[in-house]
Design a protein around this ligand. Sequence first.
Ligand SMILES: Cc1cc2nc3c(=O)[nH]c(=O)nc-3n(C[C@H](O)[C@H](O)[C@H](O)COP(=O)(O)OP(=O)(O)OC[C@H]3O[C@@H](n4cnc5c(N)ncnc54)[C@H](O)[C@@H]3O)c2cc1C
Length: 645
Amino acid sequence: MGVEIHESVLASTVNMADIKAQAVVSELSEPETTLKPPVADNFMYDFKYNHTLPTSDALGIEVPTDCNAQKEAESILERLSKTMGAGDAQAFTDMFLEYGVWRDKLSFTWDYRTFNFQTAILKAATDLFPKTKATNFKFLMPAPTVARPYPDFAQLQFVVSFETELVAASAVINSVLTKEGWKIYTMHTVAEKLKQFPEIPPADGHMNGLVSWQTQRAKEIDAAKPEILIIGGGQNGLALAARCKALGMESLIIERSEEVGDVWKKRYEYLSLHFPHWADDLPYFAYPKHWPTYTPAYKQGMYMEWYASALELKVWTKSEVVKAEQDDKTNWTIVINKEGKEARTLHPKQVVMATSLCGVPMTPTIPGMADFKGVIRHSSAHDSSRDFVGKKVCVVGTSSSGFDTAFDCSRRGIDVTLLQRSPTYVMSLTHSVPRMIASYGPDADGYRPSHEEQDRFFFATPVGPGEELARRNAKVLEDLDRPLLDALNARGLRTWRGQRGTGGATLGQTRNGGFYFDAGACEHIIDGKIKVESGYIENFTEDKAILNGGREREFDLIVFATGFSNTVDSVRATLGDKIADQCGPIWGIDEEGEFKTVYRETGVPNLWIMAGYLPYTRFHSKLLAMRMKALNEGIALAPYKVQIF
Ligand SMILES: Cc1cc2nc3c(=O)[nH]c(=O)nc-3n(C[C@H](O)[C@H](O)[C@H](O)COP(=O)(O)OP(=O)(O)OC[C@H]3O[C@@H](n4cnc5c(N)ncnc54)[C@H](O)[C@@H]3O)c2cc1C
């Protein structure tokens, strides 16, 4: 991925020279010198195949600067095409580095699987090649290139399409030069289309009937008898419904809010999305050209509302599941409370939970809480600090919501304290955005590249090599952000380099939080407009919060930005104990490097979980819809479940 900085990002970030000048030692509190990291390295992370990068030092050879990438890629592809076409597992395996990685999504395994190192690749290829033959390999854009993300690490990167009996697929191949020639370091194969069931053409649209378009649409929504029932109409529910529709499957979304988009519209009023929108478009309905770089949350909610309407999705708002059952043939019976007016019984083939990764809001139970005369709220119930001007506010927790809430207070001149229990991963947008999503960014004329092309690369890196690269990137970012971090540390805010030293990368795959991409709060911490204290509230009296060590503090409002419980609590609250108890652990990384349960089998037949932030939404919704279509049409192969450790 190229590293370039976009003007739109630079304009919105704080000035490093100012930061240095403003850095002063905190007089507010004596910070603890060592705060325990919020999570251990293995928190929700079972992956076992770490291996250092195949650098030029490790390989003892460098990729020549005049390397003809196209010619070298052609020669690799010729061999690959021969070995895979012939189903020769050993010859295929021999093309990889000893610690090479083959990752597959649906094209061979009908699951999400990663085979780390040659032994696992050989076993998987031996099992899978007799059932699935890959043919018709062709180069896709962009043209092969030698990517050199670091001076000591270069890989030849190219993308190809291929076919199996059932799917049209693509592969991203990264090869490194060894003394024995090119070896594949990572290969990601992904199903892109069911050959028998491509996306359906658009409706004709002529108004030939006796009722208006809107009356007809309202009738169809009301009368929905879905093949796919999606619970939750946030970005994941909507995108999945759109994908299902494109494949000719009738879906219905059950959404408990008043309106589609409320999940963003009713978040705190001062929120904008934390990253530029470049990689965020939902499928089939891209943001228009002059969309603001950081989408205001309310506007994102409106985009979702337009999306449901433009793509003619079926949504029952103000509705919830009241009963969910599966008989012994795994057929679903789901009873819905439709708008509080009537009960409707549905029999979908597949049910998808798209109620987010958040379970229920977590607020700690603290002695004396009930006696406290001030206001106590979870961040999810706090929409603004406008009523607390002239008062004292404490924000507990230093993830994104904590920083945002404190920043809202400080902008209103409110006396606000951020209470930090464990270190936070902080990075500036100036330095992180170019290294994370520059490839999705606009060109000089404001045009963004094809998401289809960029997504192939974005999702191609397996977890092991991804972790190695992320660790390097986190160090580079930390060095670049050093003035910012030093200034924050001087104010008592503790920072760290994230779980496994990978910045926000591993935290995003496990805790789904614990980081802050500086959207402005850092400057106010450095200026002293947001005070920072270390520790936690030990107990309450009527008018005080007593922090650990006996520090007495008076506050009018305490906002607990302390996160949410695991997704399984949402499954439990919606589908009941019996179903929730059968579900595997949700989110986090398994031993071979895949997400647990999400997008894959859940442990409950015909139940799926669709979750994740916006680029994940676009990418994985396509795969999950394809998988359900293949199952409903009876063409899906059994997922490959052999565990190779
Ligand atoms: C401050 C902040 C900033 C963020 N910035 C970004 C960003 O820049 N980019 C990004 O990608 N992500 C960002 N996120 C994360 C973002 O919240 C998630 O990516 C997104 O909400 C996940 O979408 P979802 O559809 O899975 O869940 P949600 O958006 O939470 O949608 C779930 C829907 O399900 C409904 N629901 C829940 N339970 C039920 C039920 N039992 N029955 C019926 N309906 C139900 C809810 O009402 C809701 O509409 C941010 C989050 C926060 C808090």
